[in-house]
Design a protein around this ligand. Structure first.
Ligand code: SF4
Ligand code: MG
Length: 322
């Protein structure tokens, strides 16, 4: 069977106008030829610092932004070229959960109608009554029946995210893209929502692309993990290998960086030393070389390709031996 989600050489380039850029305009290679596949019932974590392109990758897969190049396959069907109408139908199978549930919920709709909305749009596909289905979804995500008539502002942040998850699950999608889906929640609530996602995956076989800057959360939820830096995947491996034996100098630096307190005091965040170079003007060769402790002359000249170093572990670094 084909993977549920198969992303091949996906790129997204944004043109920058002359007036903005100074001399002659330019381009931001936000996503630069990334490839990965996710199987049924699998969670792939996509991790990296702010601005690495991970959110743009998710948006390009969903066609919330048009990919510049590459292919996206869903259950063996290519979807990147579909027209708007066909893509709307595909959204039954590929759903999204963003960081801020409040902004993605209509404040004037009651919770029951928020969850029922996608069901009504695809009513012919729903055996049994919509009301029954909504009640079942509330139960699955741990919301109470007496909460069905509430409005979004009457829920806590964690409950609102449960509501968004219920809506995302309504049409039994094959894959859900979670973009910082728990990042705005308190740590204890994060754990509850993560456990909910894991249980729903066991029950339904849904696949997740779990996008986050938070290494600890990604380690907790993922089966495999891909690390992005300035638009490219630099390492991708099974979770245990990636966290236990990271091979790319960037992944090693991320994992060994000292945790510093988050300004909101919510949780410790790992912050790597040194500035991320501008995505408008990435270093030649290996984009990580300006922060890499192992950089050699070759690294400025030749861009390392992602290659298999054994055990389904892929690394893009000249110094890593297969
Ligand atoms: Fe560092 Fe060179 Fe490897 Fe890039 S290719 S991560 S600069 S050693
Ligand atoms: Mg983001």
């Amino acid at each position: 069977t084909p993977p549920v989600l198969d992303v091949r050489d996906l790129s997204k380039t944004f043109a920058i106008r002359r007036s903005f850029f100074g001399r002659g305009g330019g381009a931001v290679h936000a996503v630069d030829g990334i490839s990965f596949a996710i199987a049924e019932g699998e969670t792939l974590g996509l991790v990296g610092e702010s601005g690495c392109g991970k959110s743009t990758a998710g948006r390009a897969i969903l066609r919330l932004t048009e990919p510049t190049a590459g292919e996206v396959w869903l259950d063996g069907e290519r979807i990147d070229g579909l027209g708007a109408g066909e893509m709307r139908l595909k959204r039954r199978d590929i759903q999204v959960v963003f960081q801020d549930p409040y902004s993605s919920l209509n404040p004037r709709l009651r919770a029951r109608d928020i969850v029922a909305e996608p069901l009504r749009n695809f009513a012919s596909a729903i055996p049994g009554g919509i009301e029954e289905r909504v009640a079942d979804l509330f139960d699955r995500v741990g919301l109470r029946p007496d909460q069905m008539d509430r409005f979004p502002h009457e829920f806590s942040g964690g409950q609102r995210q449960r509501l968004v998850i219920a809506r995302a699950l309504a049409l039994k999608p094959r894959v859900i893209i979670c973009d910082e889906a728990v990042s705005a929640l308190d740590v204890s609530v994060q754990a509850q929502v993560i456990n909910l996602l894991a249980r729903l995956q066991r029950e339904t076989g849904v696949a997740f692309l779990f996008i986050s800057h938070d290494l600890a959360v990604v380690e907790h939820v993922s089966h495999r993990v891909a690390v992005m830096y300035l638009g490219r995947i630099v390492e991708i491996a099974d979770k245990a290998a990636l966290y236990g034996q990271p091979r790319h100098p960037y992944t090693q630096a991320l994992l060994s960086a000292a945790p510093v307190p988050d300004p909101d005091g919510r949780r410790d965040r790992t912050i790597l030393k040194g500035e991320v170079p501008s995505p408008i003007n990435r270093p030649s060769g290996c984009h990580f070389r300006t922060r890499c402790p192992s950089a050699a002359a070759e690294c400025a000249k030749v861009s390392p390709v992602l290659r298999d170093v054994g055990g389904n572990h892929h690394v893009a670094c000249h110094l890593v031996e297969g």
